[in-house]
Design a protein around this ligand. Sequence first.
Ligand code: G1P
Length: 286
Amino acid sequence: MEVRSAVVPAAGLGTRFLPASKSVPKELMPIGDRPALQHVIDEAVAAQFDHIVVVSNVAKPAVEHYLTPDPQLIADLRERGRDDTADRLAAMGRDWTVDIVYQERPLGLGHAVGCAADVVLGDAFAVMLPDEIMGGHSLLERMTSTCRETGGGVVGLLQVPSDEVSAYGVIEPDGSMVNGVIAVRGLVEKPATIDAPSDLIVIGRYVLTVDVFDRIRALTPGTGGELQLTDALREQAASGPFHGVLCEEERWDTGNPVGFALAAVDLGLRDPIVGPALSAHLDSLR
Ligand code: G1P
């Protein structure tokens, strides 16, 4: 099974980050030493993906600019001895390639993923929501292995208190969890707590077989009037193997300003350049 492409839906206008997001897409705002988008790309590349598909919005030309190779900038950085940054920029087009597709209207996550149908390579692909930053690439790697072993789609899972499930997609398990992997019988988008089939929510990592695009084309508006990816996955889970893999690594929800600030502090503390001063500053506030 060939698994190469990672689709990153990034067409939203980031209204929670206005006024900054008026000109700087939230995916390009730095968290620690990198833009959020780069964190997600680095996770994908570390998990052996070599083709990134960014679903963007024509109102966000900075995303395209960021993803365009700039040999002059790389040369200038090398001249100034900044080889680390130059190496990082040089990886684009060498270690991984990128395609940008555009979502013209905000019709939902299912629709955004569907916009990538013509450029995705291989038999299965990842979907990575850039509002979630992971502490490593082991979840994505485990999900990809599970997809190869089972031949079906896989979602990343987290167990949450039952009063939090209504903000997420929730799985209906089929049996119990073994070594962090559980079979999925169904999925429901943002159920009321009382209707939720479990306390296992879908986080922003998916590895999906390409037949999901047929399910997406057939979608009708679901929760919130949007074309929901979860609804396409429910159809897949009803007709073939489908699994969830429990997230066992750190994760930051950076889609809201509080989560964004927490990730910036946590990752800043780990940065060899910024970390010591940031740590000393935080100590001085106590
Ligand atoms: C989306 C999905 C939802 C999933 C969530 C993870 O929701 O529709 O199923 O649980 O991402 O972050 P959104 O956060 O876009 O409302």
